[in-house]
Write a protein that binds this ligand. Sequence first.
Ligand SMILES: *Cc1c(COP(=O)(O)O)cnc(C)c1O
Length: 228
Amino acid sequence: MQAVRGRIHTATSAAGRCTGAVQLLAVSKTRSVDDIRAAAAAGQRCFGENYVQEGVHKIIALQGLALEWHFIGPLQSNKTKQVAEYFDWVHSIERFKIAQRLAQQRPSALAPLQLCIQVNIGGEATKSGVAPDQVAALAQQIDTLSGVRLRGLMIIPEADAAPTVLAQRFMALRQLKEALCDQGFQLDTLSMGMSNDLEIAVAAGSTMVRIGTAIFGQRPAIKGAQPI
Ligand SMILES: *Cc1c(COP(=O)(O)O)cnc(C)c1O
């Protein structure tokens, strides 16, 4: 945890950005409740989960700790209710229908669910995300909903991309966010950067890095899990 915080700090000042400009999301998929409790004791507050069932189980088990929970995996419509009821953020919005269900199912006693649109900057090479030229239309639709609030954009680049390609992807996402802000959307979040590329993402303007392996170590292989 400290090593990752150090990497973020170094990258942030190397980029001439303010201390604290980049938030750390600890990706705790496949990790135990005790692993998360230990990270929380070390000062970590925001955790990311990819699988609904697993995430909700942990959220309930750790309810007393006042942690912030981010859903970052693929989301199908039959799972939106649990996400709307338990999570604080969803980074992986790809369709209006999903955002609409989340908005309808968000309990009114809770703060709006904070959303990011997942963008497919890499074109064919990445399977998920919205095409860049479709993002403004989706953002417009999401802005009509209550119960959710659009905060920014998220990207998962191709796993095998070279550093120069990663830098291009991250810069393209940042430019897309700036273009949307110029159009009047109030976006403050760029969810980009993982264990192997956080420095490149921070240099390109990331505001939230999603880090699993570099905090918790290598993930155990899970049958049927996505090779992320
Ligand atoms: C697993 C995962 C991460 C963390 O990846 P690491 O390489 O372990 O840091 C980040 N984002 C998403 C969407 C993930 O699924």
